[in-house]
Design a binder for this molecule. Structure first.
Ligand SMILES: [Zn+2]
Length: 430
Protein backbone atom coordinates (compact mmCIF):
# COMPACT_ATOMS: atom_id res chain seq x y z
CA UNK A 1 0.00 0.00 0.00
CA UNK A 2 1.30 3.43 -0.90
CA UNK A 3 1.74 5.94 1.84
CA UNK A 4 1.96 9.67 1.49
CA UNK A 5 5.00 10.96 3.26
CA UNK A 6 5.19 14.61 4.14
CA UNK A 7 8.66 16.07 4.21
CA UNK A 8 10.07 19.48 4.64
CA UNK A 9 12.73 20.18 2.14
CA UNK A 10 15.26 22.77 3.06
CA UNK A 11 15.43 24.88 -0.04
CA UNK A 12 18.86 25.77 -1.21
CA UNK A 13 17.45 27.41 -4.29
CA UNK A 14 17.68 31.15 -4.53
CA UNK A 15 13.96 31.21 -5.23
CA UNK A 16 10.87 29.22 -4.61
CA UNK A 17 7.31 30.05 -5.37
CA UNK A 18 5.11 31.03 -2.51
CA UNK A 19 2.14 33.35 -2.81
CA UNK A 20 2.48 34.68 0.73
CA UNK A 21 5.90 36.17 0.15
CA UNK A 22 6.32 39.58 -1.29
CA UNK A 23 9.35 39.92 -3.46
CA UNK A 24 10.92 41.92 -6.20
CA UNK A 25 12.79 40.93 -9.32
CA UNK A 26 16.08 42.18 -8.03
CA UNK A 27 16.05 41.32 -4.37
CA UNK A 28 14.04 38.08 -4.23
CA UNK A 29 11.50 37.27 -1.50
CA UNK A 30 11.38 39.45 1.58
CA UNK A 31 11.55 37.13 4.54
CA UNK A 32 11.27 37.36 8.24
CA UNK A 33 14.93 37.56 9.22
CA UNK A 34 14.39 34.92 11.87
CA UNK A 35 12.71 31.57 11.21
CA UNK A 36 12.38 28.55 13.46
CA UNK A 37 11.61 25.04 12.21
CA UNK A 38 10.48 22.44 14.69
CA UNK A 39 11.47 19.02 13.34
CA UNK A 40 9.90 15.85 14.73
CA UNK A 41 12.68 13.84 13.11
CA UNK A 42 15.76 15.39 11.57
CA UNK A 43 17.85 13.67 8.91
CA UNK A 44 20.67 16.13 8.39
CA UNK A 45 22.28 14.60 5.27
CA UNK A 46 25.59 13.79 6.98
CA UNK A 47 24.89 11.92 10.23
CA UNK A 48 24.35 8.17 10.07
CA UNK A 49 21.30 8.36 12.34
CA UNK A 50 18.24 10.58 12.56
CA UNK A 51 17.63 12.80 15.59
CA UNK A 52 14.29 13.34 17.34
CA UNK A 53 12.71 16.67 18.28
CA UNK A 54 15.16 19.25 16.97
CA UNK A 55 14.74 22.98 16.52
CA UNK A 56 16.42 24.63 13.54
CA UNK A 57 17.13 28.37 13.69
CA UNK A 58 17.52 30.21 10.40
CA UNK A 59 18.74 33.79 10.18
CA UNK A 60 17.89 35.22 6.78
CA UNK A 61 19.51 32.82 4.31
CA UNK A 62 21.62 30.67 6.57
CA UNK A 63 21.01 28.08 9.28
CA UNK A 64 22.54 29.46 12.45
CA UNK A 65 21.77 26.81 15.06
CA UNK A 66 20.29 23.37 15.70
CA UNK A 67 19.24 22.46 19.24
CA UNK A 68 17.20 19.91 21.15
CA UNK A 69 13.57 21.01 21.45
CA UNK A 70 13.74 20.66 25.23
CA UNK A 71 16.47 23.27 25.56
CA UNK A 72 15.77 25.56 22.58
CA UNK A 73 14.67 29.14 23.20
CA UNK A 74 12.21 30.51 20.62
CA UNK A 75 12.25 34.31 20.26
CA UNK A 76 8.83 35.98 20.17
CA UNK A 77 9.48 37.68 16.83
CA UNK A 78 10.45 34.48 14.98
CA UNK A 79 8.32 32.88 12.28
CA UNK A 80 7.73 29.34 13.58
CA UNK A 81 7.12 26.43 11.23
CA UNK A 82 5.87 23.50 13.23
CA UNK A 83 6.88 20.20 11.63
CA UNK A 84 7.09 18.34 14.90
CA UNK A 85 4.99 15.53 13.43
CA UNK A 86 7.16 15.25 10.35
CA UNK A 87 10.58 14.28 9.11
CA UNK A 88 12.83 17.08 7.92
CA UNK A 89 15.46 16.47 5.25
CA UNK A 90 17.84 18.69 3.32
CA UNK A 91 16.61 19.60 -0.16
CA UNK A 92 17.50 16.68 -2.41
CA UNK A 93 20.01 16.89 -5.26
CA UNK A 94 19.58 15.09 -8.58
CA UNK A 95 23.01 15.16 -10.21
CA UNK A 96 21.84 13.95 -13.62
CA UNK A 97 18.74 15.49 -15.19
CA UNK A 98 17.54 16.73 -18.59
CA UNK A 99 14.94 19.47 -18.25
CA UNK A 100 14.78 19.77 -22.05
CA UNK A 101 13.67 16.14 -22.47
CA UNK A 102 10.22 14.80 -21.60
CA UNK A 103 10.62 11.01 -21.70
CA UNK A 104 9.70 10.98 -25.35
CA UNK A 105 7.20 8.31 -26.33
CA UNK A 106 8.35 6.54 -29.53
CA UNK A 107 4.71 6.49 -30.64
CA UNK A 108 4.74 10.30 -30.58
CA UNK A 109 7.91 10.59 -32.65
CA UNK A 110 10.43 9.90 -29.89
CA UNK A 111 13.56 11.98 -29.57
CA UNK A 112 13.80 13.23 -33.15
CA UNK A 113 10.68 15.41 -33.19
CA UNK A 114 12.16 17.47 -30.36
CA UNK A 115 14.91 18.67 -32.67
CA UNK A 116 13.09 18.57 -36.00
CA UNK A 117 9.60 19.88 -35.28
CA UNK A 118 9.40 21.70 -31.98
CA UNK A 119 10.17 25.44 -31.82
CA UNK A 120 12.75 26.23 -29.16
CA UNK A 121 10.21 28.35 -27.28
CA UNK A 122 7.96 25.29 -26.96
CA UNK A 123 10.85 23.25 -25.59
CA UNK A 124 11.80 26.05 -23.19
CA UNK A 125 8.22 26.32 -21.96
CA UNK A 126 8.19 22.59 -21.24
CA UNK A 127 11.58 22.89 -19.51
CA UNK A 128 10.05 25.37 -17.06
CA UNK A 129 7.49 22.69 -16.16
CA UNK A 130 10.30 20.14 -15.68
CA UNK A 131 12.08 22.53 -13.34
CA UNK A 132 8.92 23.01 -11.29
CA UNK A 133 8.38 19.24 -11.19
CA UNK A 134 11.86 18.79 -9.69
CA UNK A 135 10.89 21.14 -6.86
CA UNK A 136 7.52 19.49 -6.36
CA UNK A 137 9.30 16.19 -5.85
CA UNK A 138 11.68 17.61 -3.26
CA UNK A 139 14.70 18.18 -5.49
CA UNK A 140 16.00 21.67 -4.82
CA UNK A 141 19.28 21.33 -6.75
CA UNK A 142 19.90 19.71 -10.12
CA UNK A 143 22.96 19.18 -12.28
CA UNK A 144 21.32 19.30 -15.70
CA UNK A 145 23.37 17.15 -18.04
CA UNK A 146 22.81 18.85 -21.40
CA UNK A 147 19.98 20.31 -23.43
CA UNK A 148 19.69 17.76 -26.28
CA UNK A 149 19.77 20.16 -29.17
CA UNK A 150 18.29 23.11 -27.28
CA UNK A 151 21.61 24.96 -27.25
CA UNK A 152 22.13 27.17 -24.22
CA UNK A 153 18.50 26.98 -23.14
CA UNK A 154 19.50 25.61 -19.73
CA UNK A 155 21.49 28.76 -19.00
CA UNK A 156 18.37 30.79 -19.81
CA UNK A 157 16.13 28.67 -17.58
CA UNK A 158 18.66 28.93 -14.77
CA UNK A 159 18.68 32.71 -15.19
CA UNK A 160 14.87 32.84 -15.05
CA UNK A 161 14.89 30.81 -11.81
CA UNK A 162 17.61 32.89 -10.19
CA UNK A 163 15.87 36.15 -11.06
CA UNK A 164 12.57 34.89 -9.67
CA UNK A 165 10.49 34.68 -12.87
CA UNK A 166 9.75 30.97 -12.56
CA UNK A 167 9.92 28.41 -9.74
CA UNK A 168 12.74 25.91 -10.00
CA UNK A 169 15.70 24.32 -8.27
CA UNK A 170 19.24 25.65 -8.06
CA UNK A 171 20.75 24.61 -11.39
CA UNK A 172 24.18 23.56 -12.54
CA UNK A 173 24.06 23.70 -16.34
CA UNK A 174 26.10 21.65 -18.83
CA UNK A 175 24.77 23.36 -22.01
CA UNK A 176 25.28 21.49 -25.31
CA UNK A 177 27.50 18.47 -24.43
CA UNK A 178 30.29 17.18 -26.67
CA UNK A 179 30.58 14.02 -28.77
CA UNK A 180 32.20 13.03 -32.08
CA UNK A 181 31.05 12.45 -35.63
CA UNK A 182 29.02 9.25 -35.45
CA UNK A 183 28.64 9.73 -31.73
CA UNK A 184 25.18 11.20 -31.20
CA UNK A 185 21.67 11.44 -32.70
CA UNK A 186 19.97 12.52 -34.90
CA UNK A 187 20.84 9.44 -36.93
CA UNK A 188 19.43 7.30 -39.70
CA UNK A 189 18.65 10.07 -42.19
CA UNK A 190 19.81 10.14 -45.81
CA UNK A 191 23.47 11.26 -45.92
CA UNK A 192 22.48 14.05 -48.30
CA UNK A 193 20.25 15.65 -45.67
CA UNK A 194 21.86 17.66 -42.93
CA UNK A 195 20.02 17.19 -39.63
CA UNK A 196 20.63 18.83 -36.25
CA UNK A 197 22.51 16.90 -33.58
CA UNK A 198 21.68 16.56 -29.89
CA UNK A 199 25.26 17.42 -28.90
CA UNK A 200 28.14 19.52 -30.26
CA UNK A 201 30.19 17.13 -32.43
CA UNK A 202 33.96 17.55 -32.61
CA UNK A 203 36.84 15.72 -34.29
CA UNK A 204 40.35 16.30 -33.06
CA UNK A 205 41.79 17.99 -29.95
CA UNK A 206 41.61 21.49 -31.48
CA UNK A 207 37.88 21.28 -32.16
CA UNK A 208 37.39 19.64 -28.76
CA UNK A 209 39.09 22.47 -26.93
CA UNK A 210 37.22 25.08 -29.00
CA UNK A 211 33.86 23.48 -28.15
CA UNK A 212 34.72 23.47 -24.45
CA UNK A 213 35.76 27.13 -24.64
CA UNK A 214 32.52 28.08 -26.41
CA UNK A 215 30.38 26.26 -23.88
CA UNK A 216 32.25 27.68 -20.89
CA UNK A 217 32.07 31.15 -22.45
CA UNK A 218 28.28 30.82 -22.76
CA UNK A 219 27.77 29.82 -19.14
CA UNK A 220 28.43 26.10 -18.74
CA UNK A 221 28.90 25.14 -15.08
CA UNK A 222 29.98 21.66 -16.12
CA UNK A 223 31.13 20.16 -19.41
CA UNK A 224 29.33 16.99 -20.45
CA UNK A 225 31.15 14.58 -22.77
CA UNK A 226 29.85 11.40 -24.39
CA UNK A 227 32.69 8.85 -24.20
CA UNK A 228 30.56 5.96 -25.48
CA UNK A 229 27.53 5.87 -27.74
CA UNK A 230 25.81 2.84 -29.29
CA UNK A 231 25.67 -0.40 -27.31
CA UNK A 232 24.87 -3.97 -28.33
CA UNK A 233 25.41 -7.60 -27.30
CA UNK A 234 28.66 -8.89 -28.86
CA UNK A 235 29.63 -12.25 -30.37
CA UNK A 236 30.33 -13.83 -27.00
CA UNK A 237 27.24 -12.50 -25.28
CA UNK A 238 29.10 -9.55 -23.79
CA UNK A 239 27.84 -5.97 -23.73
CA UNK A 240 29.81 -3.76 -26.13
CA UNK A 241 29.72 0.03 -26.31
CA UNK A 242 31.11 2.12 -29.14
CA UNK A 243 33.85 4.54 -27.99
CA UNK A 244 33.71 8.14 -29.21
CA UNK A 245 36.37 10.69 -28.21
CA UNK A 246 40.05 9.75 -28.13
CA UNK A 247 42.09 10.33 -24.98
CA UNK A 248 43.75 13.31 -26.70
CA UNK A 249 40.39 14.90 -27.52
CA UNK A 250 39.13 14.37 -23.98
CA UNK A 251 42.33 15.67 -22.40
CA UNK A 252 41.97 18.94 -24.32
CA UNK A 253 38.46 19.38 -22.89
CA UNK A 254 39.43 18.41 -19.34
CA UNK A 255 42.46 20.66 -19.43
CA UNK A 256 40.37 23.59 -20.65
CA UNK A 257 37.51 23.02 -18.16
CA UNK A 258 39.87 22.61 -15.21
CA UNK A 259 41.59 25.83 -16.18
CA UNK A 260 38.24 27.60 -15.79
CA UNK A 261 37.71 25.91 -12.42
CA UNK A 262 34.97 23.70 -13.88
CA UNK A 263 34.57 19.93 -14.03
CA UNK A 264 33.84 17.34 -16.70
CA UNK A 265 31.08 14.71 -16.55
CA UNK A 266 31.52 11.76 -18.89
CA UNK A 267 28.71 9.58 -20.16
CA UNK A 268 30.38 6.18 -20.31
CA UNK A 269 29.09 2.61 -20.32
CA UNK A 270 32.35 0.64 -20.29
CA UNK A 271 35.10 -0.93 -22.37
CA UNK A 272 37.43 1.21 -24.52
CA UNK A 273 35.42 4.41 -24.01
CA UNK A 274 35.42 3.98 -20.21
CA UNK A 275 39.17 3.45 -20.18
CA UNK A 276 39.67 6.61 -22.24
CA UNK A 277 37.31 8.48 -19.90
CA UNK A 278 39.41 7.52 -16.89
CA UNK A 279 42.79 8.00 -18.61
CA UNK A 280 41.61 11.39 -19.88
CA UNK A 281 40.74 12.59 -16.40
CA UNK A 282 36.93 12.77 -16.25
CA UNK A 283 35.64 14.06 -12.91
CA UNK A 284 32.44 12.02 -12.91
CA UNK A 285 31.41 8.89 -14.76
CA UNK A 286 27.76 8.94 -15.76
CA UNK A 287 25.95 5.55 -15.83
CA UNK A 288 29.11 3.36 -15.54
CA UNK A 289 27.42 0.15 -16.69
CA UNK A 290 30.54 -2.00 -16.97
CA UNK A 291 33.22 -0.92 -14.52
CA UNK A 292 35.96 -3.55 -14.19
CA UNK A 293 37.86 -4.09 -10.92
CA UNK A 294 40.85 -2.25 -12.40
CA UNK A 295 38.67 0.67 -13.46
CA UNK A 296 37.07 0.85 -10.02
CA UNK A 297 40.57 0.97 -8.52
CA UNK A 298 41.54 3.73 -10.96
CA UNK A 299 38.45 5.75 -9.96
CA UNK A 300 39.37 5.51 -6.30
CA UNK A 301 42.97 6.51 -7.03
CA UNK A 302 41.87 9.51 -9.12
CA UNK A 303 38.91 10.50 -6.91
CA UNK A 304 36.44 10.02 -9.77
CA UNK A 305 32.73 10.16 -8.96
CA UNK A 306 30.11 7.68 -10.16
CA UNK A 307 26.62 8.92 -10.97
CA UNK A 308 24.94 5.60 -11.76
CA UNK A 309 21.35 6.46 -12.88
CA UNK A 310 20.20 2.89 -12.20
CA UNK A 311 16.44 2.98 -12.48
CA UNK A 312 16.05 4.29 -16.01
CA UNK A 313 17.63 1.10 -17.40
CA UNK A 314 14.72 -0.95 -16.06
CA UNK A 315 12.24 1.01 -18.17
CA UNK A 316 10.87 0.40 -21.67
CA UNK A 317 12.67 -2.83 -22.55
CA UNK A 318 12.29 -4.07 -26.13
CA UNK A 319 10.88 -7.63 -26.50
CA UNK A 320 13.26 -10.32 -25.16
CA UNK A 321 13.62 -12.06 -28.52
CA UNK A 322 15.02 -8.98 -30.30
CA UNK A 323 18.66 -7.77 -30.32
CA UNK A 324 17.55 -4.55 -28.64
CA UNK A 325 15.65 -6.47 -25.97
CA UNK A 326 18.67 -8.68 -25.26
CA UNK A 327 20.82 -5.57 -25.00
CA UNK A 328 18.36 -3.89 -22.63
CA UNK A 329 18.44 -6.88 -20.27
CA UNK A 330 22.21 -7.24 -20.49
CA UNK A 331 22.63 -3.56 -19.64
CA UNK A 332 20.75 -4.04 -16.38
CA UNK A 333 22.62 -7.18 -15.32
CA UNK A 334 26.00 -5.54 -16.05
CA UNK A 335 24.95 -2.32 -14.34
CA UNK A 336 23.89 -4.09 -11.16
CA UNK A 337 27.24 -5.89 -10.88
CA UNK A 338 29.15 -2.71 -11.72
CA UNK A 339 27.30 -0.67 -9.09
CA UNK A 340 27.87 -3.33 -6.41
CA UNK A 341 31.57 -3.48 -7.32
CA UNK A 342 31.96 0.30 -7.07
CA UNK A 343 29.98 0.50 -3.82
CA UNK A 344 31.97 -2.29 -2.16
CA UNK A 345 35.27 -0.65 -3.14
CA UNK A 346 34.23 2.76 -1.79
CA UNK A 347 33.88 4.74 -5.02
CA UNK A 348 32.23 8.13 -4.38
CA UNK A 349 28.63 7.80 -5.56
CA UNK A 350 26.22 10.66 -6.23
CA UNK A 351 22.48 10.29 -6.78
CA UNK A 352 21.34 10.89 -10.36
CA UNK A 353 18.35 9.71 -12.34
CA UNK A 354 18.50 10.82 -16.00
CA UNK A 355 14.95 12.15 -15.55
CA UNK A 356 13.81 13.66 -18.82
CA UNK A 357 15.04 10.40 -20.35
CA UNK A 358 11.88 9.22 -18.61
CA UNK A 359 8.87 11.43 -17.99
CA UNK A 360 9.00 14.20 -15.40
CA UNK A 361 5.61 12.95 -14.23
CA UNK A 362 7.24 9.69 -13.04
CA UNK A 363 8.66 9.66 -9.49
CA UNK A 364 12.30 10.82 -9.43
CA UNK A 365 12.70 9.20 -6.01
CA UNK A 366 12.35 5.66 -7.44
CA UNK A 367 16.15 5.75 -7.81
CA UNK A 368 16.49 5.55 -4.01
CA UNK A 369 14.74 2.19 -3.93
CA UNK A 370 17.02 0.82 -6.63
CA UNK A 371 20.17 1.99 -4.82
CA UNK A 372 19.06 0.26 -1.64
CA UNK A 373 18.07 -2.93 -3.45
CA UNK A 374 21.59 -3.02 -4.88
CA UNK A 375 23.35 -2.72 -1.56
CA UNK A 376 23.30 0.82 -0.19
CA UNK A 377 21.86 1.42 3.24
CA UNK A 378 18.86 3.77 3.12
CA UNK A 379 20.93 6.47 4.82
CA UNK A 380 23.74 6.03 2.28
CA UNK A 381 21.19 6.55 -0.47
CA UNK A 382 19.92 9.75 1.17
CA UNK A 383 23.49 10.99 1.61
CA UNK A 384 24.17 10.27 -2.07
CA UNK A 385 21.37 12.75 -2.85
CA UNK A 386 22.38 15.29 -0.19
CA UNK A 387 25.88 15.74 1.27
CA UNK A 388 27.69 13.52 -1.26
CA UNK A 389 26.07 15.19 -4.26
CA UNK A 390 26.92 18.57 -2.70
CA UNK A 391 30.54 17.42 -2.53
CA UNK A 392 30.42 16.51 -6.24
CA UNK A 393 29.15 20.05 -6.90
CA UNK A 394 31.83 21.54 -4.61
CA UNK A 395 29.18 22.99 -2.28
CA UNK A 396 30.01 21.01 0.86
CA UNK A 397 28.46 22.59 3.93
CA UNK A 398 26.19 24.86 1.87
CA UNK A 399 23.90 22.39 0.09
CA UNK A 400 22.64 18.92 0.99
CA UNK A 401 23.02 19.38 4.72
CA UNK A 402 21.07 20.78 7.66
CA UNK A 403 23.78 22.30 9.81
CA UNK A 404 24.94 25.76 10.84
CA UNK A 405 26.25 27.60 7.80
CA UNK A 406 24.08 25.79 5.24
CA UNK A 407 21.98 27.84 2.82
CA UNK A 408 18.41 28.30 3.83
CA UNK A 409 17.23 31.29 1.86
CA UNK A 410 13.52 30.59 1.48
CA UNK A 411 11.20 28.76 3.74
CA UNK A 412 7.50 28.38 4.38
CA UNK A 413 4.81 25.82 5.02
CA UNK A 414 4.34 25.43 1.30
CA UNK A 415 7.65 23.63 1.31
CA UNK A 416 6.20 20.75 3.29
CA UNK A 417 5.58 18.63 0.25
CA UNK A 418 4.08 15.24 -0.33
CA UNK A 419 6.64 12.80 -1.50
CA UNK A 420 5.44 9.44 -2.72
CA UNK A 421 8.29 7.02 -2.17
CA UNK A 422 6.67 4.46 0.03
CA UNK A 423 8.86 1.46 -0.70
CA UNK A 424 12.04 3.35 0.02
CA UNK A 425 10.51 4.88 3.09
CA UNK A 426 9.62 1.48 4.50
CA UNK A 427 13.24 0.44 3.99
CA UNK A 428 14.35 3.50 5.90
CA UNK A 429 11.94 2.79 8.73
CA UNK A 430 12.92 -0.87 9.05
ZN1 LIG B 1 21.58 11.70 -19.39
Amino acid sequence: MKRWIVLLCIFSSPFFFHPCLSWTQTSGPVLNPLTIVKAGTLIDGVSSTARRDQVITIRRNVISQIANASSAKIPADATVIDLSKYTVLPGLIDAHTHIFLQGEDPAEGGYDVQLLKYPLAFRAARATVSARRALEQGFTTIRDMETEGAGYGDVGIKMAIERGYIPGPRMFAATRAISTTGGYPLEGYAPEIEVPKGAQLIDGPIEARKAAREQLDHGADWIKVYMTHRSWVGKNGELVSQPTLTVEELRAIVDEAHGWGKKVACHSYGGIGMQRALDGGCDSIEHGLMLSDAQVAQMIKQGTWLCPTLNIYYMDWAPADTPEGQRDRKRVSEHEASFRRALAAGVKIAFGTDVGGFSWTDPIAAEFTRMVELGMTPMQAIQAATSRAAELLERTGQLGVIAPGAFMPMLSRSMAIRWRASKFWRMLAS
